[in-house]
Design a protein around this ligand. Structure first.
Ligand SMILES: NC(=O)c1ccc[n+]([C@@H]2O[C@H](COP(=O)([O-])OP(=O)(O)OC[C@H]3O[C@@H](n4cnc5c(N)ncnc54)[C@H](O)[C@@H]3O)[C@@H](O)[C@H]2O)c1
Length: 243
């Protein structure tokens, strides 16, 4: 999903691809280059304030202007409050919630100076609804939705827009990782069918289908959209669905 979003941004000037996995970021940079855009890889840990700040500074030193910022890094762990390792709380909250906060901190200082900017966070349907065995992940994504609403209120008066996209199951490496870790509990080898069966559209989503919503929200076409929560879920959360 991160890659698809960066590709969409290629038309808007220098793209900074921030990831703790520099090889993955470079792969995305190459794809953007091949598509005629220009991008730089910025190795950083979103859970670390100094690392995020330094990445923004490196981006600017290379001529980049952070004007559309999309915090997308995320990790997933499952379990209940009884059986999940305590470390999962710090780990997942650190990347998913604090990571968005630290990115906002760096981005909004710049946005305020320029009196413009767009911030579109990637949360999850787990940011608006509960999900069994997803307590920590849900808490982290609810935190993102709450933060975005506050950013919209605090900075809307300056013309700076903040929105959040909440995908359901999307075909990315995160889904592969989830299947490898927990597939036995969630549909086994047929994991993608398991998830597809819960979606009225009858399939899991593609990263580009999330990226196109981010692209819209970041663009002038969404000039009156601020503080919105966009589900991109094939209708999975529209109500009880029986196949
Ligand atoms: N794939 C899905 O089904 C799905 C569903 C709902 C929400 N999401 C959310 O979408 C976002 C993107 O996920 P994805 O599916 O592309 O997953 P992914 O695992 O393919 O990509 C996540 C990226 O985050 C990076 N990352 C992880 N920890 C980091 C850290 N501390 N600092 C910097 N980078 C870090 C990883 O290196 C990876 O490139 C996440 O926030 C995820 O929670 C995904």
């Amino acid at each position: 999903m991160g890659r698809a979003i960066c590709m969409r941004f290629a038309a808007h000037g220098l793209v900074g691809v921030l990831d703790r996995n520099c090889d993955g970021a470079r792969e995305t940079v190459d794809l953007i280059g091949a598509a005629g855009g220009s991008a730089v890889a910025l190795e950083a840990d979103v859970a670390d304030a100094a690392s995020v700040d330094a990445a923004f500074e490196r981006f600017e030193a290379m001529g980049g202007i952070p004007q559309m910022v999309v915090p997308c890094a995320g990790i997933e762990r499952i379990g209940t409050v009884v059986d999940e390792p305590l470390e999962d709380w710090d780990l997942v909250m650190g990347v998913n919630a604090k990571g968005v906060y630290l990115t906002a901190r760096a981005a909004f200082r710049r946005f305020v100076e320029r009196r413009s900017g767009s911030f579109v966070a990637i949360a999850s349907d787990a940011g608006v609804l509960g999900s069994s065995q997803y307590g920590v992940y849900c808490a982290s994504k609810h935190a993102v939705v709450g933060l975005i609403r506050c950013l919209a209120l605090d900075f809307g008066p300056l013309g700076i827009r903040s929105n959040v996209v909440c995908p359901y199951t999307i075909d990315t490496p995160m889904l592969d990782d989830f299947t490898a870790r927990y597939g036995g509990e969630y549909g086994g080898q047929e994991n993608s069918d398991f998830w597809a069966d819960s979606v009225p559209l009858g399939r899991i989503g593609e990263a580009d289908e999330v990226a196109s919503v981010v692209d819209f929200l970041s663009s002038p076409a969404a000039s009156y959209v601020n503080g919105s929560v966009y589900l991109v879920d094939g209708g999975a959360n529209a109500g009880a669905y029986h196949r």
